[in-house]
Design a protein around this ligand. Structure first.
Ligand SMILES: C[S@@+](CC[C@H](N)C(=O)[O-])C[C@H]1O[C@@H](n2cnc3c(N)ncnc32)[C@H](O)[C@@H]1O
Ligand code: SF4
Length: 406
């Protein structure tokens, strides 16, 4: 998630949650919420020109040592367990677990393994739970991936972005695209599920370039594919290059053509879209981590700048690893602020998130006054009529191109 933090209310030093946060979490509830763990690893070797994530290169760390990070993250896990317990939360084994970044795989494999082991000791991991790490293709080798798999990781998500050297160069990616088949094979040999991330709409990328990336991703037969339109984030080098006229953003029409091409090719190869930017080879391989966010499950986000969401309370940690290290060393909550989501805001958020997930929004859960809008969107060809008759909201291809507007 991009790195700007919201304002919110001050967060208490002891991290305790308001009592209603526990409601609906226990097994006695109608639909008990899953509890996931996100561990942010805020380090990258270099910063890509388009990226606004909360991540730091060695020169930006203000004396913080990457080698101390795992023990800080583990300390936050222990702190989190105490807070959840004292706030009346039922004990729930984790499902899913996700290490994201930054570049988690910049740390030695042993440190990811230690963090996962601490999470398991603290909460337990639900049987069959998805345990993912993000990885840059130039940050792992076969033995690294095998170490992760042996320790309980089930899935790796590689930032492939493109197969075309000049596109990767514009994105300032450091990996050689020829390495992708190797890393995918090593991951599969280790027994890990594989997801590949692509970005489309990079300045200078043609439809033919994009087709090469689509073909390259499909040649690897991954379990899961994400394809994101390049977002020009304020404050990034890419935004400055665009403002100065050094590079030009592609037109909306070209981006739409790129999305349509990807969707058609992925569909023909047996991958079904299940969220606007995500395709899986079957329902089993949809990302539980992403779905957890979208359907409103609880999760605790460990690390600098991480967001957490439990019940209707959301909070976010201090951004810089140095500030985070200080809070953890003092035994204080690393939260910078928090907010409680009211019923109206929660409903709006639920609709916004679930609209993008195929068939996830049940039309009977919408307020009666929303029904005419659904009928109008069907008439405009943005929502699928037959799916609506079955009671769920499913965007058409046109609807996915205009998902935000829908
Ligand atoms: C933040 S990265 C972390 C994983 C790893 N460091 C990497 O880059 O592969 C996760 C994914 O976010 C996506 N991403 C980051 N910034 C983006 C942007 N400005 N527009 C679109 N996608 C972006 C990329 O596809 C990337 O693979
Ligand atoms: S490697 Fe990933 S997290 Fe790091 S700067 Fe690049 S896109 Fe962002």
């Amino acid at each position: 998630m991009p790195s700007t933090l919201p304002l919110g209310d001050p967060a208490p030093v002891d991290g305790l949650l308001p009592a209603p946060a526990a409601e609906g979490a226990d097994a006695g509830a109608d639909a008990p919420r899953d509890f996931g763990l996100y561990v942010h690893v805020p380090f990258c070797r270099v910063r890509c020109g388009y990226c606004d994530f909360n991540t730091y290169t060695a020169t930006e760390l203000r004396g913080v040592r990457q080698s101390d990070y795992a023990s800080q993250a583990i300390a936050e896990m222990r702190f989190a367990a105490g807070v959840l317990d004292a706030s009346g939360q039922p004990a729930r084994p984790l499902a899913p677990v996700f290490f994201g970044g930054g570049t988690p795989t910049l740390l030695p494999a042993g440190q990811l393994v230690a963090m996962l082991a601490a999470a398991r000791d603290t909460w337990g991991i639900a049987p069959g739970a998805e345990v993912t790490t993000e990885a840059n293709p130039d940050s792992v080798d076969a033995s690294y991936l095998r170490t992760l798999a042996d320790a309980g990781f089930t899935r790796v998500s590689f930032g492939m972005q493109s197969a075309v050297p000049h596109v990767l160069a514009t994105l300032e990616r450091t990996h050689d695209p020829e390495r992708i088949p190797d890393v995918v094979r090593w991951a599969k040999d280790a027994g890990l599920d594989v997801s590949l991330d692509l970005i489309y709409g990079t300045p200078g990328e043609s439809l033919e370039d994009w087709q090469r990336s689509i073909d390259a991703v499909l040649a690897e037969r991954p379990d899961h594919i994400s394809a994101y339109a390049l977002i020009v984030e304020e404050g990034t080098k890419l935004a400055r290059q665009i403002r100065s006229g050094q590079v030009a953003v592609p037109s909306d029409d070209l981006q739409a053509d790129m999305y349509e091409r990807a969707d058609a090719a992925f569909g023909a190869a047996g991958y079904e879209w299940y969220e606007v930017s995500n395709w899986a080879r079957d329902a089993e391989h949809r990302s539980r981590h992403n779905l957890g966010y979208w359907v409103g499950n609880d999760w605790w986000g460990i690390g600098p700048g991480s967001h957490s969401y439990v019940g209707d309370t959301r909070w976010w940690n201090v951004k810089h690893p140095a500030a985070y290290a200080q809070r953890i060393a003092a035994g204080e909550s690393p939260a910078a602020g928090r907010e409680t989501i009211g019923a109206d805001a929660r409903e709006l958020e639920r609709i916004l998130l679930l609209t993008r997930v195929r068939g996830a929004l049940h039309l009977r859960t919408l307020a009666p006054e929303a029904r005419p809008a659904v009928a109008a969107l069907i008439a405009e060809g943005l929502i699928d009529g037959p799916a609506a008759l079955r009671g769920t909201l499913e965007l058409t291809l046109q609807g996915r191109l205009l998902a935000d507007a829908v």
